[in-house]
Design a protein around this ligand. Sequence first.
Ligand SMILES: Nc1ncnc2c1ncn2[C@@H]1O[C@H](COP(=O)(O)OP(=O)(O)OP(=O)(O)O)[C@@H](O)[C@H]1O
Ligand SMILES: [Mg+2]
Length: 228
Amino acid sequence: MPILKLKKLSKTYTEGKNVETHAVRHIDLEIKKGEFVVVSGPSGSGKTTLLNLIGGLDAPTSGTIMFNAFKISHLKEKDLAHVRLHNIGFIFQAYNLVPVLTAKENIEYIMTLQKVAPKIRNERIEKIAHHLGIYNLLHKKPNELSGGQQQRIAVARAIVSKPKLILADEPTANLDTHNSETLLDLMKKLNEEEKVTFIFSTHDPVLIEKAKRNIILKDGKIDKDITV
Ligand SMILES: Nc1ncnc2c1ncn2[C@@H]1O[C@H](COP(=O)(O)OP(=O)(O)OP(=O)(O)O)[C@@H](O)[C@H]1O
Ligand SMILES: [Mg+2]
């Protein structure tokens, strides 16, 4: 059973009376549990829109999204938020850490919403901090951290709540080559060790080459779906 199944998924943005943008057009796609998938394609091809639809951050115009055989595309916001909270982690290009919270508080936040007990929260943060080499950064605020450090905190935040699926929209776009490759290796390790399913978008040919499956979008459609 696939973890994710999209059927004829479409998103059309309407601006004004007559201006329509078909950002995602009739996408059929199945992703198995534990896959590590890269979504690439030119600027404007629909990568962000597709990830936002999958993660329920944006609503489709038509079509369906099944998550573990459970239809999530037509849920009310409250129910969708519940599915998101317990199943999906996000990593964004701009890190999106909460500026007034420390790194530790940022990492802890979703677990608090999930009502994970404080002792377990602390144990998980300890473990992840060692794993990602961010132990000495935990007390700092985002503006006291470099881009690469902030992105590692964002990765910790995404995985510490134990999601089944992680969506990452150009997570390495603001990182240099070294930090990009470190982040990719980290995501692959989590994918292999924790069996977390990853879908991430990128323009970076080096990262594209490292993924087993590459979905290339063009004008909102799947142009190629290559598994190596
Ligand atoms: N909120 C919106 N309102 C109107 N049009 C939008 C909106 N979001 C995206 N679009 C349009 O939808 C199309 C797909 O955009 P999207 O952001 O998904 O592309 P992308 O592949 O992520 O591009 P990039 O590589 O530049 O990030 C583009 O034509 C874009 O202008
Ligand atoms: Mg984008």
